[in-house]
Structures are given as C-alpha cells and as structure tokens.
Ligand binder design. Structure first.
Ligand code: IMP
Length: 432
C-alpha cells in the first residue's frame, strides 16, 4: 500500500502520534490535512518528550518530507513556535516541510468568537479547545476566510483583512458588546508571520499527488471519528471532517483503492469537552484505575483531565464502518494491567429496547444503558512484552474478543509511551 491513513476511532487522543511515528520510519511523506491546533500529540523519543499541535509528528524522522495541506486551519504563531522548538532540538525543517497556501488562517477574532460563543451557550457549551477552530472554518464556509497565501501578499492582505475586520467588529459589537479589533496591529503582526512562513509555503498537494504514485505516503488524521462534524456525536464535535475521506479531501487526494486505513483506539475510552460518554466509569470503578497522571490522561492541548470509560464496541464498530478501517491498533493496554475485571460494552438498552448502533438524536444519548460483557483481568505488567503471543492469557483473550466482535484484525498493540513499547503483529507499508 503506498498510502496509509491513520485515524482515531474514538473522540481523539487515542495515541495516534506514536503509531504515526512508528510508520513514519517507513514513509517518504507525512501529511496533516484537517483541523488545527485543537489537536495535540505527545511523542517520547530517547527520553525526550515532544508535543505537537500542527506539524506532523512524523517529522522527527530526518528522511521524511512533512506537509500541512489546504484542509487545515493554521494559527501562524503556534506553527512558528513549533518550528522554533524543533530547530532548537536540532531538527531542521528547511527543504523538507511544506505549508499549503490554501490552508485557512486563524486570527485573534476567531479565538475571541470561540470563547464568547461558548460563554454565551452556558450549560450547552461544547467545551471547545478555545483555539478559534470552529469560527475559522465558519469563515471558510462563508467565503470570507483568509488563507496562508494571502499572508504573502501585503496589498491583498490589507484589502481583505480590512473588510473582514470591519464585518467582525460590527457582528461582535452586536452579538457580544465587544469593543472591536484594531486593524493596523493585526495586519502588521500577520504580515510578519507571512514573511517568516514564506520559505515553507508551497503547493504541497501537487507533490503529494505525484508522490503517492511511487512513494509511501502517511496521512495523519487528527481528532477522532466520533468528533466528525457530520457523523460524530453532534453537536459535541469539531468543525472539520475527521473521516479518512475528509483527511484525503483536505490533502487534495481523491478516492484511491491503494490507500489503507489504520484505525487507532485505546483499550478503554476517553473524552474531553462536553458530550455523551455512555460507558463512563462509576465512582467505584474509578478506584481500580490508575490516577489521571499515571494514565497520562491529561489533554495535550488544554491540560484538561479526560473522562474515562470502558471500551465501547457499539461506537467502535460504528467508527470502523465509517472509516473503512482494515486493521486496528489498540493503545494503552498497560493501563488495564492491574484491573480485577475488564468490561466491554457490546450493546445499549434504550427505553427497554436493545440496540447495537448509536442513537441519532441528542436526547436519546442520555437514556442509554450500556450492556457489558465482563472478562477477567490479567493483573500483571504488559509493559515489557514485545510479542503478542507472550501477553498474559487474559490479555490475549481481551484482544481476541475485540477482534471477534468487531470483525477486524489487531495489527499492533501499544503497551507504554516509549517507541519500543509496541507489539507489531502485522507489517504495514509494502515497500521502502
Ligand atoms: P474544537 O475542535 O476546539 O472546536 O472543540 C470541539 C470539541 O472537540 C471539544 O469537545 C474538544 O475537546 C474536542 N476536540 C477537538 N480536537 C480534539 C482532539 O484532538 N482530541 C480530543 N478532543 C478534541
């Protein structure tokens, strides 16, 4: 397969970054094509922790060509800070990082609208990351957004930004009583960003279209299937399409039979922000789990504690189907190492009926009662195991049951944060 899309099958934070990092060792191109700095991933290499929000994590491999394409929304200040951090760690991007001129740009008014809209929603707030992602995509859809390419043309930027700021000031004054933004300072700030980003701006999509014919291209999906703007747990979703089709569309790549989808999911479930989590742990069950710190379940982007639940196979099967995943990567199995029993949700009871698919309507989610299957825990460490066959018998039974109920092979299992704590059961790219 020349193309692999790595996709999260839950609500983001599945540990995709680590898998991408593993696959990137065999990839020529790594591509980030949707979302913005609402995503975040942490990768540990030789004891050093790297946090990324925009730059594809595969960039840590020096042979890799990294691309951010037109489907993304970019906060230039965040991107430039990431470039600087990489440089100061000896990772040079010149000549091997491309930023598409089509990508839309996040401005201060987007962040402010994000914050004020959430405030106004009160109890109904989505719990966004507050990075201005939704408002930026809104402007894109309304055809008033500014793109990376605009930052490189002072006259164009002046003309378009002036018009948008006038409009935003009027809208924000009426809606939120906001005092408005000053054009001059934003103009100068973003002109400067444009100058600093200029060396990296190139039409990455053309390179990718060529590359995918003969090289290994890795697409890093951001967020997770259940945050998809159309098919996720709407309205508690993000603003972009998180499906593999959305990932490919954002990279300018049409449907191709030779692109494989690798779905990543945790051995349990987590969620940040508002919205349903049917298999949330009870207070009693929480006591058996490690602390949030020990589980590394504190958000990379906002520092919020993630909510924890049992593995939900109703949602997992739905996400596998939507994403057309051909194999599964199960992460953080080691978090379950000390549990006396592990539970998997195999169906829901909704107002006396049993269902094996998620409800459509928001109000139905409140009445779902998960139906669980209980399996014995393995109560021993999996952290230093490198071979699936050497896992404790009950851990293997857990994996087998997931494979059986989801009708999908588990291609890899992650048992700790370090690169080498990964059990690979199946090769991925065909050629190097
Ligand atoms: P937004 O994407 O900032 O608009 O936030 C919308 C919802 O998606 C919120 O519940 C966020 O917490 C969630 N979200 C967005 N990106 C991620 C991610 O990469 N991981 C986990 N949750 C995310």
């Amino acid at each position: 397969m020349p193309g692999i899309v790595v996709i999260g099958l839950q609500w983001g934070d599945e540990g995709k970054g680590k898998m991408v990092d593993h696959l990137a060792s065999q990839a020529h191109f790594v591509v980030r094509s949707q979302g913005g700095n609402n995503a975040g991933h942490t990768i540990v290499v030789k004891g050093c922790e790297y946090r990324f929000h925009l730059i594809p994590s595969g960039v840590l491999h020096s042979h890799v060509q990294a691309c951010i394409t037109g489907g993304t929304v970019i906060d230039p200040n965040v991107l430039l800070a990431e470039i600087e951090i990489l440089k100061s760690n000896g990772i040079e991007l010149a000549g091997r990082f491309m930023l598409s001129p089509f990508a839309h740009v996040i401005f201060p008014y987007h962040r402010e609208i994000d914050r004020l809209s959430e405030e106004k929603k009160g109890q109904r707030a989505i719990g966004t990351t507050g990075r201005g992602i939704g408002p930026c995509y809104q402007d894109k859809a309304a055809r008033i957004g500014l793109r990376v390419g605009d930052l490189l043309d002072p006259a164009m930027l002046r003309q378009n930004l002036q018009a948008v700021i006038a409009l935003k000031n009027e809208e924000m004054g009426k809606l939120f009583g906001h005092s408005g933004f000053v054009f001059d300072s934003i103009y100068l700030e973003y002109l400067e960003y444009g100058n600093r980003l200029r060396p990296y701006v190139a039409q990455a999509e053309i390179m990718i279209a060529q590359a995918i014919k003969e090289h290994n291209v890795l697409f890093e999906g951001a967020h997770g299937i259940l945050l998809d703007n159309t098919f996720g747990t709407y309205p508690f979703v993000t603003a972009s399409s998180t499906l593999p089709s959305g990932v490919c569309a954002g990279a300018g790549v049409g449907p191709r039979p030779d692109i494989q989808v690798l779905g990543v999911c945790k051995a349990y479930t987590t969620r940040v922000g508002s919205g349903p989590l049917p298999t949330a742990l009870s207070k009693e069950e929480e006591r058996f789990f490690p602390t949030h710190e020990a589980m590394r379940e504190i958000g990379t982007t906002t520092g919020r504690k993630r909510r924890i639940g049992w593995l939900d196979l109703v949602l997992l099967r739905y996400a596998i189907s939507l994403s057309n995943s051909s194999s599964l990567v199960l992460t953080k199995l080691d978090v379950l190492d000390d549990l006396p029993v592990v539970k998997i949700c195999i169906g829901y009871s909704l107002r006396g009926r049993t269902i094996d698919y998620p409800p459509v309507l928001g109000e139905d989610w409140e009445f779902l009662e998960p139906i669980y299957e209980e399996l014995p825990g393995w109560r021993s460490s999996t952290q230093d195991i490198h071979d699936k066959e050497k896992l404790p018998i009950h851990a293997r039974e857990y994996l087998d049951r997931i494979e059986q109920l989801c009708n999908i092979p588990i291609a890899a299992v992650s048992v700790g944060p370090r690169r080498e704590q990964t059990i690979i059961a199946q090769p991925f790219f065909l050629h190097m």
